[in-house]
Design a protein around this ligand. Structure first.
Ligand code: COA
Length: 444
């Protein structure tokens, strides 16, 4: 069977940067350690006044199409995944296509365009749709363009304000991919939950502590469902485990529970048993409470073992590097984590061809999905072409007062007249409103 997967990806970060320990924490009266150690975040990327989900998505897609030398008529579908959409009818993908048609030869007239919504998991769902479309043979030899783009802003003084971010990931999906191929096995954990939602409002209503618990519960179900299809996961099966990263501290929690699960009945459990004993089993306890208490003690001790810490440093830590400097990108977050792991490997000169990634996506509301991907021979060239670290370095560094003004400028309920802080250069910019309330864009 021909391989189908991601042929290439590009990342576009918001042009502004908010330093969390140095600028945000003191203004909030917080200890900087809450950000750097607790949440695992150093900076957020922010959209300038001329940036939004369309400009960032179109800028990422343009870089990708130019780099991969793909013309508009070679694209058979465009799906945008976002939870920051501004129109209930006209999909963001039409705006992105309109932008690209301003600068590329040809058009996307025959591409099927849409928009995917399920909180942060919809980027992965759009990849799924593209995979199924190619597998079904309806793609006429063309590729799909998937764009995950968000301005992940929270209301001022919401606990989530610490985890904000803005950026887009564009991905090309097709046959014989250069980056990673997908497989059929996948697992889901999905329940009607009220942890994070935006009922007719710009900024989310969030039950932050609950969303952390729901993430862990649905992820666990997804892993078990995946194992029912693909067989038990072993800690050595994967080079990296890129997971949805609302903040790195979330993945740190998930990774510990995940390792406890996949190391059970393996030589890893035997190795840590010398230090901390074996994992408690339910049948060894008369009551659930006693079992839970023993499991918590075991898990706390597991986190301190060299065996666990070595595995974490190799398999998870590299996937968090980019996220530490850009915050949560909602739909793009797990795709930033994949890129982050591969980028670290390329910089370290590792050869990953043929190795696997265990990818964990999550969307509040709530659903988790697990699948694995196989790294393709062209991965290194593709990943080395990313300039995301340069983008991070070149961002305009916000003062707290500027941050407050920029947040207001993006707040739909406030009328502001704020000047841009960065200088747009060879990119799409927001260019005002049309007669029917549509947004207009221009390439600078
Ligand atoms: N040094 C080291 N660590 C510190 C610290 C310090 N000075 N101060 C706090 N911390 C740690 C806390 O112990 C906590 O870690 P833990 O959960 O491992 O114990 C972490 O930093 C965060 O602190 P906390 O007080 O829980 O932060 P918070 O009440 O402001 O809220 C969230 C955290 C995640 C609930 C909040 O950011 C949020 O609502 N985010 C949006 C929703 C989200 O991202 N959900 C995730 C699932 S999608």
């Amino acid at each position: 069977m021909t391989a189908v997967g991601i042929d290439g990806l590009e990342i576009w970060a918001g042009k502004l940067e908010l330093d969390l320990p140095e600028v945000f924490a003191p203004a909030q009266g917080d200890d900087p350690g809450k950000y750097t150690k607790g949440l695992g975040l150093h900076a957020s990327s922010f959209p300038d006044t001329y940036e939004d989900i369309v400009t960032m998505g179109a800028n990422a897609a343009l870089r990708l199409m130019r780099r991969k030398d793909v013309a508009p008529d070679e694209i058979g579908r465009i799906d945008v995944a976002t939870e920051s959409a501004f129109d209930k009818s006209k999909p963001v993908s039409t705006y992105v296509a309109g932008c690209l048609e301003q600068v590329l030869d040809g058009d996307f007239r025959h591409a099927n365009k849409g928009e995917r919504k399920f909180a942060c998991i919809s980027g992965t769902q759009a990849l799924d749709d593209a995979y199924n479309w190619v597998r079904a043979g309806r793609h006429r030899g063309k590729r799909a363009l998937v764009v995950a783009t968000d301005t992940a802003l929270y209301a001022r003084d919401d606990a989530g304000e610490a985890t904000q971010g803005a950026g887009a990931v564009a991905m090309l999906i097709g046959e014989d991919p250069d980056l990673v191929s997908f497989t059929q096995a996948q697992g889901f954990g999905s329940m009607d939950e009220t942890d994070f939602l935006k009922p007719q409002q710009q900024f989310p209503s969030v039950d932050g502590q609950r969303s952390v618990q729901v993430y862990l519960a649905r992820m666990r179900e997804a892993v078990e469902d995946y194992e029912s299809q693909a067989g038990d996961v072993h800690p050595e099966d994967f080079a990296y485990a890129p997971f949805h990263t609302p903040f790195p501290g979330m993945v740190r929690k998930a990774a510990l529970l995940g390792f406890r699960h996949v190391s059970r009945d393996t030589e890893y459990e035997d190795r840590v048993a010398e230090e901390i004993g074996r994992q408690p089993r339910r049948e060894e306890f008369d009551d659930l409470e006693g079992f839970r208490a023993a499991l918590k003690d075991y898990t706390d001790a597991l986190a301190e073992t060299d065996v666990y810490q070595d595995w974490y440093a190799r398999t998870v830590e590299p996937t968090l590097e980019l996220s530490r400097y850009c915050g949560n990108w909602y739909t793009g977050s797990v795709h930033v984590a994949r890129a982050s792991g591969l980028l670290q490997a390329a910089e370290a000169g590792q050869d990953l061809t043929g190795e696997r990634l265990l990818v964990g996506s999550y969307g509040s509301g709530a659903q988790a999905e697990i699948h694995h991907e196989t790294i393709q021979p062209g991965w290194e060239e593709n990943i080395r072409a990313l300039n995301v670290k340069d983008q991070f370095r070149d961002r305009y560094d916000l003062t707290y007062e500027e941050y407050e003004r920029i947040h207001d400028a993006h707040n739909h309920e406030k009328e502001t007249d704020t000047d841009e802080l960065a200088t747009p250069d060879e990119e799409f910019v927001f260019d005002g409103w049309g007669r029917m309330g549509e947004r207009k864009y221009r390439y600078v």
